[in-house]
Design a binder for this molecule. Structure first.
Ligand SMILES: Cc1ncc(COP(=O)(O)O)c(C=O)c1O
Length: 378
């Protein structure tokens, strides 16, 4: 069979291959502690699970749903955005529910990129930015992050670029994998770059509520609506990664463009998931307080685990992971050693970009007892 050229550009997702290796070890009777993936082990709020159950018995729940989602779901997203991110979105035209932000990245690429276009991507970043770019035969250009400056972008880099083919720019604060929190100042600088060079910013914001005291939206920067789209997700904020539910927000015109693509791929989101998601978005502050308390306890365990490995790390990080520098030049040797000899899986930093080759990313998605067990094994 001939395969499409785009397939030659895209590798199997690192975790998809690594999980096969882990399963093989488990089949051989090994108890592998997986601290790799950011898939919350905690449950969503109990009310949300109840809503899903009730919703599945409602008349019409089983049928195809609107491509734009239930109006009540979009309204709940608008209210959540106002209450927690201090931004105003029009629920009619400025919000598009997504089956997770990952699919949004693919749809945005299809809506805005032609073959040969270029896309600015943080040199350490979520791998889907690169793969979605390559899948539409566009070219990733990586912008540097300065290690010694809390992984802040190197702004000088943006002054010397040829912008004739650059169409999109991804940014992601809190940043995965480094845990850098970002600031209004950083978001503002990106908006000015986008305005000056007529780029579309894609702010990927799934970690806004995890170990982060100041959740922020790109839309809190004046004038950003016309040059930015923002992705958000219930995956991490409400422990719903497997439910596949998130949203895209931005100017009506941009939302319409993405909807034109998306409506040719799926036929709406399962209605009970939307109803349950409404109830998640209506949780009060106590939900985040409790969630973050749990992650703080886990993070302290991870710090101890990293001390055992002689790693160095910053304590002030946001998001679902701890990013740490390993005491070796090639982190793969350490990662393989840990997997084969201690049956502990930790993600090597290089899967997020070459600058990560001396780094490890440890997920907080395991109970404290599991971290204690990992520490004992070390
Ligand atoms: C930076 C970043 N963006 C997007 C996603 C995808 O999230 P979702 O579950 O909403 O598709 C992830 C998931 O790990 C992520 O780390």
């Amino acid at each position: 069979m001939h395969i499409a050229n785009r397939l030659k550009e895209v590798q199997e997702y690192y975790f998809s291959a690594k999980l096969r290796e882990i399963r093989a070890l488990e089949k051989g009777g090994k108890d592998v502690i997986n601290l790799g993936i950011g898939s919350p082990d905690l449950l969503p709020p109990s009310r949300v699970i109840e809503k899903l159950k009730i919703g599945s018995n409602l008349r019409g729940a089983n049928q195809y749903q609107s491509y734009q989602g239930l109006p009540a779901f979009r309204q709940a997203i608008a209210e959540f955005s106002r209450n927690h991110l201090d931004i105003v979105l029009n629920p009619e035209h400025e919000i598009l529910p997504l089956m997770g932000s990952k699919e949004g990245i693919a749809h945005i690429s299809l809506a805005y990129l032609n073959k040969g276009d270029q896309v600015l991507i943080p040199e350490l970043g979520y791998p889907a930015y690169t793969s979605a770019t390559k899948m539409v035969e566009a070219e990733p250009i990586y912008y540097p992050l300065i290690e010694s400056d809390d992984w802040c972008p190197d702004w000088k880099f943006f002054d010397q670029l040829d912008y004739s083919k650059i169409k999109l720019l991804y940014l992601n604060y809190p940043h995965m994998p480094t845990g850098a929190r970002g600031s209004q100042k950083i978001l503002g600088k990106f908006v000015r770059i986008a305005q000056k060079y007529e780029l579309l910013l894609i702010h990927d914001n799934p970690y806004s509520f995890i170990l982060n005291d100041q959740p922020q939206s790109i839309f809190s920067v004046k004038g950003s609506k016309n040059c930015a789209l923002e992705l958000n997700s219930l995956s991490k904020s409400f422990n719903m990664s497997g439910w596949r539910v998130g949203w895209l927000s931005g100017a009506a015109e941009n939302i319409k463009n993405v909807l034109r693509i998306k409506s040719n791929f799926d036929s709406g989101m399962y209605q009970p998931i939307q109803r349950a998601a409404i109830s998640a978005l209506q949780q009060d502050e106590k939900w985040f307080e409790q969630l973050n308390l749990t992650y703080k306890i886990r993070r302290n365990c991870v710090f101890r685990l990293l001390d055992k490995l002689n790693c160095t790390y910053r304590k002030a990080q946001s998001g679902l992971f701890v990013w740490a520098q390993a005491p070796v030049m090639d982190v793969d040797v350490l990662v393989d050693d840990l997997l084969v000899n201690k049956h502990i899986f930790i993600t090597p930093g290089h899967i997020f970009g070459a600058k990560g080759r001396r780094y490890l990313r440890v997920s907080l998605c395991a109970p404290a007892e599991v971290f204690e067990q990992a520490i004992l094994r070390l």
